[in-house]
Design a protein around this ligand. Sequence first.
Ligand code: PLP
Length: 415
Amino acid sequence: VASLGTAGRLRLRSLAASPALPVVALDHLPDRSNPVPSFDQAAWREEFPLLARAIPMNNCSQGPQSRRARAAAVAFLDSWNERGMDWDAWLETVQLARATFARVIGATAADIAIFASVSDAASAAMSALRFADGRTTIVATAGEFPTIGHVALAQAPRGAQVRWVPVRDGAIDATAWGAALRDDVRVACATHAWYQTGALQDIPSIARQAHDAGALLLVDAYQSAGVIPIDVRAWGVDFLVAGTQKYLLGTPGIAFLYVRPGLAEDLAPVVTGWFGRANPFAFDAQRLDWGAGAARFDTGTPPVLAASVAAAAMTPVLEVGIPAVREWTIHLSRRLVEGAEARGLAVVGPRDPAARTPTTAIAVDGDSAAIERAMRAGGVIASARGPVIRLAPHFFTTLADCDRALDVLAAAVAP
Ligand SMILES: Cc1ncc(COP(=O)(O)O)c(C=O)c1O
């Protein structure tokens, strides 16, 4: 028997009278008009208590708290309170956070160093590079999150200058990379996605161009990790930085640096500390040796509480599957673009959801922070950035949430 399920998907069910017939659920028909997630969204929504009270559309800024992330934070506090300290278990959790992030980007735990912020991670990576021998230029895009630009500019006393790849029509100008990547470039900084509009860059292509020019590539994946499938090895990325606060559904206070295996061993970061040593517990202040793999980039005592939360917080996207997250959020992006235009709202950046993260940026006049506050009063948590309001859904977001967010935004900007 074929019937149209309530959510619009075609199901073939066995007849009650014919129990021998197989049950076939075709969950995945490419129905553009009424799509449904390929995972049990209703069950996953129970994992995020905030969803009962609000519509979080700020996932490009701060993802909501999962029950498991909260439980991990409480477990650390209990361990501290009940045992006084438990460094063996705490450092195991830090390792688990490393390994879990590695799965998000197609790496292994040995390729990952831990910091408190992306700024720290990028500073450590830059500190390991020499700006000499005719290679004194850092290329960065005008769409980098400011911190990457600042870290690049701060290398001036070490002999570096910055060449910029411009932004055009709400996206980073892909055609400008060729001219920027000359034979004087030591490293190119490419944000995977522009934080303002979610516009994606073609990282494998930029990696090829950078390497052809003899340069290294540093990718900032803070706006894409967890919602866009990433394969650092296949893509040829040299360094990648990201934290857990946004689509990875964790807290501030922890960030990761991927260093390509083989490259790490050639580098000696100037930003360092005792956890970067071959054996941190040798306690030898007079000897600077280096840890294996990316661990040589570790600095001081790791952020144990944030790592405990991160190890749990990142698991929902891995369990749903990042390709499935991507597929569903493309449907949501399409709904947001079409719905915005139907309400007379102007989308900034690429219209095509495949060219963006789940972020849809909508131009607003005047004080975008005031509009964000007005939307919160309407139960929608949006994210203001300069001249735009960003609506950034996630795998737990429904089509109805998108419609409601647009209604609340349209009311907030109405004259
Ligand atoms: C793309 C991107 N990179 C970096 C950052 C900032 O990272 P941190 O504060 O951890 O240095 C953000 C924060 O919004 C971001 O969106």
